[in-house]
Design a binder for this molecule. Structure first.
Ligand code: MG
Ligand code: ZN
Length: 359
C-alpha cells in the first residue's frame, strides 16, 4: 500500500512538472513589425454604413480579434484627436488639444520614438496634413495641436524613415522663414512632391508631400493616394532587418462626421479600408506583422435609422457636429492579435503594441 501511494505521488509529481513545463514552454511569437491604422472618427456605425452601401465585403470584415477601447481624455468625457492620438501613441491620457505631452506639458515618449530607439524603421502616412493632430501625436510634443509650425519643426528631432501626407507649407512657408525642406535634405532625406514620384527601390529616408495644406477629399478627386502611400511606405520600411512601426491615418472620416455628410464619411471609410487591405496583404505574406485598426473617437453621433440591403441604401442621421463619447472598435491580425480582444482603455492599445513587440 505504501509503495503504491508513493508511486502515485511520484507519477502525479512528474505529470505536474510536465504541465508546468508545457505552460511556460511555447514562447509567445513576437511582432517584428506593427502597422497601426487609425480611422479618425470611425465608430461602429461608420463601418456598418459602408458595409451596407458597398457591394463587396470590406477588408475590415476579415479580422477575427476584435475589442473596444474607452476614448475619454484626462480633461474631457469627449476626447479630441490630440488627446486621443496621444493616448494611442504614448499610453498616457492627457488634456484635449495636447500632442504627446502630459497634463503638465511634460514630453511623453511615443511608440514611434521607442521603435526608433530600438533601431526599427518608422513611418507615418495621413490624408490630412502630416502635421495634423493624429500623425503629430506620434512624433511631435506640443501643448497645442494648432502649433503646426512647431510640430513641423519637431519632425527634425526624430529619425523617422518615411512620412507621406499634406502640410508642406508648415515646412516651407513659415513665419520664422526657416526652410525645413532644406533641413530635411541636410539630414539625408529625399524630399518629394507627390507619392507617385516616390521610388521605393532607392535606399534613403523620404519626406513625401502630397499637398500644401490638407489633401482633397475622395469626393474632390484625391484618388488612391492613401492605399498607394500605405503600400509604398511598407515597401520602404520592410527593408529594415530589425522590423518597423508604421502609422496610417484615414484622417477625413472625421471631417465627414463634422460636416454631417454621410457620403463624405462613407467614401473616406472605403478609401481607408483599401489601406487596411494593403496592410493585411503584406501581413498575411510576412507572418511577423501585427496589424491593428482602430479609431481615436467617433464623430457625428452617427446612427442608421433605415436602410435596404437590396438597393444598398441607408438612411443616416447625425446627433452632433462634434465627436461623441462612445467606445470605438479595435481590430487586430497577426502575432499578438489576441491581446486586443475585450474592453479596455485607449492607452492600453499602446501597452498591447509594446507587449507585442516584446519591448
Ligand atoms: Mg486625425
Ligand atoms: Zn474631429
Amino acid at each position: 500500500m505504501k509503495k503504491l501511494s508513493f508511486l502515485l505521488i511520484s507519477i502525479s509529481l512528474i505529470l505536474f512538472s510536465c504541465s508546468l513545463q508545457k505552460k511556460s514552454e511555447p514562447e509567445e511569437k513576437k511582432a517584428k513589425n506593427i502597422i497601426l491604422l487609425i480611422g479618425d472618427g470611425m465608430g461602429v456605425t461608420q463601418i456598418y454604413a459602408a458595409m451596407s452601401t458597398e457591394e463587396r465585403p470590406l477588408a475590415i470584415e476579415k479580422f477575427k480579434h476584435i475589442g473596444f477601447h474607452k476614448t475619454y481624455s484626462a480633461s474631457d468625457y469627449i476626447t479630441d484627436s490630440g488627446a486621443g492620438g496621444t493616448a494611442l501613441a504614448t499610453g498616457t491620457k492627457t488634456k484635449n488639444k495636447s500632442i504627446a505631452v502630459d497634463t503638465l506639458g511634460n514630453t511623453l515618449e511615443t511608440i514611434l520614438e521607442i521603435a526608433e530607439k530600438k533601431q526599427l524603421a518608422t513611418g507615418l502616412v495621413a490624408t490630412s496634413g502630416i502635421t495634423h493632430a493624429t500623425p503629430a501625436s506620434f512624433i511631435a510634443h506640443e501643448v497645442s495641436r494648432n502649433d503646426y509650425e512647431n510640430i513641423a519643426r519637431d519632425f527634425l528631432d526624430v529619425d523617422i524613415d518615411i512620412f507621406i501626407g499634406g502640410g508642406k507649407k508648415h515646412f516651407a512657408q513659415r513665419k520664422d522663414s526657416l526652410n525645413l525642406l532644406d533641413s530635411l535634405r541636410a539630414r539625408n532625406y529625399v524630399v518629394i512632391d507627390g507619392v507617385e514620384n516616390l521610388e521605393t527601390n532607392k535606399l534613403s529616408k523620404f519626406a513625401v508631400f502630397t499637398a500644401d495644406g490638407h489633401n482633397p477629399k475622395i469626393l474632390d478627386g484625391r484618388g488612391d493616394m492613401l492605399p498607394v502611400s500605405t503600400e509604398k511606405a511598407i515597401q520602404v520600411l520592410s527593408k529594415s532587418e530589425k522590423g518597423f512601426f508604421l502609422m496610417v491615418e484615414g484622417s477625413q472620416i472625421d471631417w465627414g462626421g463634422h460636416d454631417n455628410d454621410i457620403d463624405y464619411v462613407i467614401t473616406e471609410l472605403v478609401d481607408f479600408d483599401k489601406a487596411i487591405a494593403k496592410a493585411l496583404e503584406f501581413a498575411e505574406k510576412d507572418g511577423e506583422t501585427l496589424v491593428v485598426v482602430t479609431a481615436d473617437h467617433e464623430t457625428g453621433g452617427l446612427t442608421l435609422t433605415d436602410g435596404d440591403m437590396k438597393t444598398r441604401t441607408i438612411k443616416a442621421e447625425f446627433s452632433t457636429g462634434d465627436h461623441s463619447a462612445v467606445m470605438v472598435p479595435v481590430f487586430a491580425y497577426g502575432p499578438g492579435a489576441e491581446k486586443f480582444m475585450g474592453i479596455y482603455q485607449n492607452t492600453d492599445v499602446f501597452n498591447k503594441m509594446i507587449e507585442a513587440y516584446g519591448f
